[in-house]
Design a protein around this ligand. Structure first.
Ligand code: BGC
Length: 751
C-alpha cells in the first residue's frame, strides 16, 4: 500500500478503530472469554473492543494463527490484519542457547544465524514480531533475567544487538523474517538488589555510557519496535517517561518504529504511585509516546474518552496508529494477511536438519571451559592404566574401575529440559539429552545414573514446588551413583540450577546449586576424584567449591535442542571449547555486582590482595573467580608483545595495534583475541579498561597469526564533565589478550 493510501485509511478510521490498533490482547482473550487479567484485577471488554484489537501475543500454530486472523479481520470495519507477536527468545522450535550463552560465543555471525533460524521457523507459522533482542546490560547475577541478555559489556552487547536484528529482520518483506523488538527500554537490567521489576537508579552518564549503546545499536540497525521496561528509572516508570521515549529514543537515537509497553506496564503506573488510576496512566503513556498498550486496560478503557474530552490530542493517536499501520504494511500484511503461510510447509520448516546442525554448533561454541587439569577431552579409547592424577586410595570400597569407563551422573543426564526459560517447544522430547548425545557416539564403557534430585526437599521454583522425593528415594539415588562412580575410571557430573529459578521473576539471593547436588559432588569426590563437572545455569554462579572439587568445569548454560550432542562433542574433543565469559563469575555472592569495567578508586588494591584502608573487602579479594572474557581451550595460545605502528594520534588518525597469537598446544583451536583500552587521565573517571574490539582466530597446532586492530579517535570518546561526547587528549593504555585481565600492553598519546 502506498503512503497516500495508508493516510487515507487512517483518515477513514473511527476513533474506536484507531484506539483498537493501539491495544494488544493475549490470544486467549480473542479466542475465548473477553477477560483481561492484570494486576488491578479483571475488566470486561465489550465484544466490539475485543474485535477491534490490532495485535495479539502468545499464540503458536499455523492453523490457529490463520483462523484467528480470518476471524478478527472479519470483525474490523476496515478489515485491518492483526499483528501476531511472541517471545521468540532462544529460538522457536529449534531451541538455541540462551542469549547470555550467545554472548559467550563472541560471534555475532552465530548470533545472526541463530536469530534467522528462529525467524524462519516462527514466520513459517504466521508470526510477525518477536519480543527480542533483550539488550539490557547486566552486572548483578542475582537478577534472573541476566540469562536473556548478551552480558555485561556495552561493546559486545552492541555487536550482538546489530547481529540479532539483522538475523530476525533482514529484509522484512521476506516471508522468512520477523520484525524485531528491542527491550526493555531502559535500564531494566540494573534493578536494586537484583530484584525483578525494582527501581533503577542510574546517573545520566552511566545510562548514556554503558546502558544505551546496545539499544542504540539495534535502532541504527533498523529495529522496528521498542518495548518499555517495567522499572522506574531514576524514579520515573518508563511507560510514562516522555524524556526517555520521545527525547532520547526518538529524537536523539532516531527511532521511528513502534513503541509497545511491557506486559500491563501502562496500568502498573498506578502501583508505582505515578497515576491515580488507569485513565491517568493511559494519558501519561500516550503522552510519553507508547503506541501499543500490551494487555492492560488503560487504553482499551479510557483512551477514546480521553480524546473526546480533549485531554489527549487526537494527533497523538493518529501518529501512533500510522506507525502501527506502517509496520503492518512493511510486513506486506495488506496484500497478504496470511503471509503465504501453509501449515504443511510450516511443519517441514520446523526442526530442519540444517537448523539443528546450526544449533549444535552454536551450543558447542557457547560453552565456557573454566577449569581443566588435563582430564578433558575424555579419551574415546579404553585405557588400561589409572589416569594421571588419580588417587588410588580414593577409588572406593575395593572396586576396580573398568578401563575407559565413564559414569555420567546427575539430574541433568536424562533431562530434556535443557533450554532457557523462554522456550516453548511443542516437542520437548526432540531435545537431545546428555545421555542420548553420549550414546550416539557409540563408545564402550558408558553408564548413567541420576544421583540426586535437582531441587532440595521443600524448595520452590517460581512456578511452585517440585514434588518432593522421600528421603529413601534420595538415598537410593545417591547410593546407586556412588557405586557407579567408585567402579568407573572417571565421573562426569551433570549439575545445575533448575531452569525455573531463572528468567523473569527468577531473582535469587544465593548463587549456588541445590544442597542435594553439592552433597552428590562431595560424596562422589570421596570415591573418585576424576570428576568433570558439566554445569547448567542461567546466570553466573559462585562456583568456588565446585571448581575446587572438580578436575574440569565446563559451563554449558541452557544449551537447547542440540544440547546433549553439543556436550558430547565437546567432552570427547570432537569440538574444542571456545566460549569466553560474557559475564563475570564471582568468587562469592558478596562480590555481586562484579564486572570487569569498573573504576580504579583513589585507593586501588591489587585485585588478588587484601590491604587495609584500600578498596575492597577484609575477608575476600576483589578479583572475581573468573573474569569477563575468560575461557579455556584444549590447546594453549600465547601472545607476543603488543605492537603499535605509532605512539601518537591526532583526530582523524588511526593507530594499528597488533599481536602475534600462536597455538602452542597439541590441537587446533579457536581463540577470541580481545582489545581493551584505558583512558588514564580524563575529566571524569574512566573504567580500568573497556572492550573495544575482538576477533576470532582459528589456529592449527604450532600456527601463528598476526591479529591487528585499528584504533581511531571515535573509539576514545566518552561523556565528559559537561556531558559532551568527546575524546580528550592524554595517555591511553592498550591491552590485547585472551581475557579482560590480559596483561600484554602498550601506550599511546592522543594529541
Ligand atoms: C516480559 C517481556 C515479554 C512480555 C511478553 C513480559 O512479562 O517482561 O520481556 O516480552 O512479557 O511476553
Amino acid at each position: 500500500m502506498t503512503q497516500e493510501k495508508l493516510n487515507e485509511l487512517l483518515k477513514d478510521m473511527s476513533l474506536e478503530e484507531k484506539v483498537g490498533q493501539m491495544i494488544q490482547l493475549p490470544a486467549e482473550v480473542l479466542t475465548g472469554g473477553g477477560l483481561v487479567t492484570g494486576p488491578t484485577g479483571t475488566t470486561q471488554l465489550t465484544d466490539e473492543q475485543v474485535g477491534m484489537a490490532g495485535s495479539v501475543l502468545g499464540i503458536k500454530g499455523a492453523e490457529k494463527i490463520r483462523e484467528l486472523q480470518k476471524q478478527q479481520m472479519a470483525k474490523q470495519p476496515h478489515h485491518i490484519p492483526l499483528l501476531f507477536m511472541l517471545d521468540v527468545i532462544n529460538g522457536f522450535e529449534t531451541i538455541f542457547p540462551i542469549p547470555l550463552a550467545l554472548g559467550c560465543t563472541f560471534s555475532p555471525e552465530m548470533a545472526e544465524k541463530a536469530c534467522s533460524v528462529a525467524a524462519a521457523e516462527a514466520a513459517s507459522e504466521g508470526l510477525h514480531v518477536t519480543f527480542s533482542p533483550m539488550l539490557d546490560l547486566v552486572r548483578d547475577a542475582r537478577w534472573g533475567r541476566v540469562m536473556e541478555s548478551p552480558g555485561e559489556d556495552p561493546y559486545l552487547n552492541s555487536e550482538m544487538a546489530r547481529a540479532m536484528v539483522r538475523g530476525y529482520q533482514g529484509d522484512l518483506r521476506s516471508k522468512e523474517k520477523l520484525a524485531a523488538c528491542l527491550k526493555h527500554f531502559a535500564g531494566y537490567g540494573a534493578p536494586e538488589g537484583g530484584r525483578d521489576y525494582d527501581n533503577v537508579e542510574l546517573s545520566e552518564r552511566t545510562l548514556m555510557e554503558d546502558y544505551l549503546p546496545a539499544y542504540e545499536a539495534a535502532v541504527k540497525e533498523g529495529c522496528r519496535l521498542a518495548m518499555t521496561s517495567f522499572n522506574t528509572l531514576n524514579r520515573v516508570p518508563s511507560s510514562g517517561n516522555k524524556w526517555l521515549l520521545r527525547k532520547l529514543l526518538r529524537e536523539k537515537m532516531g527511532f521511528d518504529g513502534v513503541v509497545i509497553s511491557d506486559y500491563s506496564a501502562v496500568e502498573e503506573m498506578v502501583f508505582h504511585g505515578i497515576a491515580a488510576d488507569a485513565r491517568e496512566a493511559a494519558k501519561l503513556a500516550v503522552g510519553a509516546g507508547v503506541d501499543i498498550d500490551m494487555v492492560s486496560n488503560a487504553y482499551a478503557g479510557h483512551l477514546a474518552e480521553l480524546v473526546r474530552s480533549g485531554e489527549v490530542p487526537e494527533k497523538l493517536v493518529d501518529e501512533a496508529v500510522l506507525r502501527i499501520l506502517t509496520l503492518k504494511n512493511d510486513l506486506g500484511l495488506f496484500e497478504d494477511p496470511f503471509r503465504d503461510v501453509d501449515p504443511a510447509e510450516a511443519e517441514k520448516t520446523l526442526l530442519r536438519a540444517d537448523f539443528r546442525q546450526q544449533a549444535r554448533e552454536t551450543a558447542a561454541a557457547s560453552f565456557v571451559l573454566l577449569k581443566n587439569d588435563g582430564i578433558l577431552p575424555l579419551r574415546k579409547e579404553p585405557e588400561n592404566e589409572a589416569e594421571e592424577g588419580q588417587d588410588s586410595s580414593c577409588s572406593g570400597k575395593g572396586t576396580v574401575p573398568s578401563a575407559g569407563s565413564t559414569a555420567w551422573i546427575g539430574p541433568y543426564v536424562d533431562n530434556h529440559e535443557i533450554y532457557g526459560a523462554w522456550s516453548f517447544p511443542e516437542r520437548p522430547e526432540k531435545t537431545v539429552t546428555i545421555r542420548q548425545g553420549v550414546e550416539a557416539k557409540g563408545l564402550p564403557g558408558m553408564s548413567f545414573a541420576r544421583g540426586s534430585y535437582m531441587m532440595d526437599k521443600g524448595c520452590a521454583t517460581k512456578f511452585g514446588r517440585i514434588p518432593n522425593p522421600s528421603d529413601e528415594q534420595a538415598d537410593a539415588l545417591l547410593e546407586e551413583a556412588l557405586r557407579l562412580a567408585a567402579s568407573s575410571q572417571r565421573v562426569v557430573l551433570c549439575l545445575g540450577e533448575h531452569k525455573d529459578l531463572t528468567g523473569e521473576a527468577g531473582s535469587r539471593t544465593s548463587l549456588g546449586i541445590s544442597e542435594g547436588q553439592m552433597e552428590l559432588l562431595r560424596k562422589v569426590r570421596q570415591v573418585n576424584p576424576n570428576i568433570v563437572t558439566v554445569l547448567f545455569c542461567g546466570r553466573p554462579l559462585a562456583v568456588k567449591e565446585i571448581a575446587a572439587l572438580s578436575r574440569a568445569l565446563l559451563v554449558v548454560w541452557m544449551p537447547g535442542t542440540e544440547g546433549g550432542n553439543a556436550i558430547a562433542d565437546v567432552l570427547f574433543g570432537d569440538r574444542v571449547p571456545q566460549g569466553k565469559l560474557a559475564m563475570t563469575f564471582p568468587r562469592s555472592l558478596g562480590q555481586v555486582p562484579v564486572y570487569y569495567n569498573h573504576f580504579a578508586t583513589g585507593r586501588p588494591n591489587p585485585p588478588h590482595e587484601i590491604h587495609l584502608f584500600r578498596n575492597g573487602y577484609m575477608d575476600e579479594v576483589t578479583a572475581p573467580l573468573y573474569p569477563f572474557g575468560y575461557g579455556l581451550s584444549y590447546t594453549e595460545f600465547t601472545y607476543s608483545e603488543v605492537k603499535l605502528d605509532r605512539r601518537e594520534m591526532k583526530a582523524g588518525d588511526r593507530i594499528t595495534a597488533s599481536v602475534t597469537v600462536t597455538n602452542t598446544g597439541g590441537v587446533s583451536g579457536v581463540e577470541t583475541v580481545q582489545l581493551y583500552l584505558r583512558d588514564s587521565s580524563a575529566s571524569v573517571a574512566r573504567p580500568i579498561r573497556s572492550l573495544k574490539g575482538f576477533q576470532k582466530v582459528s589456529l592449527a597446532p604450532g600456527e601463528s597469526r598476526e591479529v591487528s586492530f585499528a584504533i581511531e579517535e571515535p573509539m576514545l570518546r566518552f561523556y565528559d564533565i559537561d556531558m559532551n561526547h568527546v575524546s580528550e587528549p592524554g595517555r591511553f593504555e592498550v591491552y590485547i589478550g585472551g581475557s579482560s585481565d590480559a596483561e600484554n600492553s602498550a601506550e599511546f598519546v592522543l594529541a
